[in-house]
Design a protein around this ligand. Structure first.
Ligand SMILES: [Mn+2]
Length: 477
């Protein structure tokens, strides 16, 4: 492809020449004779002409398929140059902003007059890779510090939260890799072990061991690290650790020798991918598989709180991981035990105005409840799924919706925040309230009465919103 670059700055020309020469037939057009001569002597394909004249481009044989790059250093003559190019039949025009960051409206101003141009700011083009490089060196320095600090420890504990999820497990595995340790000297531990079937399947398929630990046994370890969780989670049992790596908002009230907390990341495994990359450690297939699965599951396959860095980590890990194993781990969501709860929900369910409600009664674990909610949200006629169940002496309510109606988090906060914990996002939310508080507010409801009550609340919540929207309409017209 032929490429004509209209530039005046020598540095810009030399750089473009270096970047583009391998893939384009590139020629430069400059105004100044001395600059032209110097560049010519340096072996660059350059000619000297007046860039504001149409015949300059006619002579250069510009066609609609010629790629034209015009340097914009803020001077006024740029518009005349662009007009001349257009008059000569040039259409594929890129304007390269050099030092024009001080004029933020520049691109829009040009586009108003020349709608077809693409505006590229030099700072943006080079900034990305440069910043990535710099932040990688910062991460490298950080990681090397804690690697040294852990290097002489006899026994290390990597502590995970209760009932560890894939992100916690994968992050533990990844940290062990960063520390260049094996399971004989560095264990993954949890105060309450894994219970969910898909997470147990992950441990089995990847041969990962999570050991039970107690507050008393922490003293047996020379160093303690925490991943995907912070010490406050353990309710005062632990107030000092050596390292914390987490993507939940930072909590006060503990001390850590090292910490890396990035709440804008979709998973802790994303942070650890950056640690591993920064120090160039070899990532085994097993670890990459666990981490990839963790990123997928913590971001609900990029449906929640994922950002650029999560996608970067995902594409970095993807070729290193075992896709077949991940498919198997995902399939593990379905178990006969869970299907029983799906059936139970089906029998006691109510569906009205695309709101599906069901009460599961007593449930041995709380994961059945969100599972059932997710399951019924897949049905064509369901836009909201609200599932309740009783675990021990608490009522757990899971809410899912398709994401384009009202906010699920607002729903649970509105009706249940006064009773216990209630919160969530636009499309998924959860309330956990003491059963007695629920009964005091809504009465001693049994079986289908609970689904009925939930349905009533949901429809009230949705209809008052619809009514408010309707009211707004005449005003708009
Ligand atoms: Mn996580």
């Amino acid at each position: 492809m032929k490429c004509l670059a209209i530039c005046q700055d020598e540095l810009v020309i030399r750089m473009l020449d270096e970047v583009l020469l391998s893939s384009f037939e590139i020629e430069f057009l400059v105004e100044s004779r001395p600059v032209g001569r110097r560049l010519h002597d340096a072996g660059i394909n350059v000619s000297v002409a007046d860039p504001r004249r149409t015949d300059t481009y006619l002579k250069a044989d510009v066609s609609p398929s010629t790629c034209l790059i015009v340097e914009d250093n803020g001077r006024r003559s740029l518009k005349r140059i662009l007009s001349a190019i257009r008059d000569a039949g040039g259409t594929l025009i890129y304007v390269l902003g050099v030092g024009t960051a001080a004029h933020p409206g520049r691109a829009d101003e040009l586009r108003a007059q020349f709608p077809d141009i693409s505006y590229l700011a030099m700072a943006e083009l080079f900034g990305g890779p440069l910043l990535t490089e710099f932040s990688r060196s910062l991460t490298r320095a950080r990681v090397q510090q804690y690697q040294r600090y852990f290097s002489d420890a006899d026994r290390i504990l990597i502590l995970l939260h209760n009932d560890p999820d894939p992100d916690a497990i994968a992050s533990g595995l990844a940290l062990r890799t960063v520390l260049r340790r094996t399971k004989t000297t560095t264990i993954l531990g949890a105060m309450q072990g894994v219970t969910r079937p898909e997470n147990l399947r992950m441990l089995n398929l990847l041969d990962i061991h999570v050991e039970p630990v107690t507050a008393a046994s922490l003293g047996e370890f020379t160093r303690v690290a925490m991943v995907d969780v912070q010490p406050h989670y353990f309710g005062g049992l632990i107030d000092r650790v050596d390292l914390v790596i987490d993507h939940h908002p930072e909590q006060p009230g503990y001390s850590a020798v090292f910490k890396d907390i990035r709440p804008d990341y979709g998973s802790t495994s994303t942070i650890l991918t950056e640690h591993l990359r920064a120090v160039d450690v070899n990532i085994s297939e097993r670890t990459a598989t666990a981490m990839l699965y963790a990123i997928k599951s913590d971001t609900l396959f990029f449906n929640r709180q994922a950002n650029r860095v999560d996608l970067d980590a995902f594409s970095y890990l993807y070729p290193l991981a075992n896709a077949t194993l991940i498919r198997k781990m995902e399939g593990a969501e379905i178990t006969f035990e869970r299907l029983e709860f799906v059936e139970k929900a089906h029998r006691s369910s109510r569906l009205q105005d695309q709101v599906f409600c069901a009460f599961l009664g007593a449930s041995p674990r709380d994961d059945f409840i969100p599972y059932v909610a997710d399951f019924f949200l897949q049905l064509e006629n369901v836009q909201w799924a609200i599932i309740a169940g009783v675990v021990g002496d608490t009522m757990v309510i899971s809410v899912r919706n398709l994401g384009y109606s009202r906010n699920a988090g607002d729903f649970v906060r509105r009706y249940f925040a006064d009773l216990g914990s209630a919160g969530g996002h636009r499309s998924m939310a959860k309330a956990i309230v003491p059963l007695t508080a629920f009964q005091n507010k809504f009465g001693r409801l049994h079986g289908a009465e609970v689904s009925e009550k939930l349905q009533e609340l949901a429809l009230q919540f949705l209809h008052e919103h619809a009514a408010a929207e309707k009211k707004k309409e005449p005003a708009r017209a």
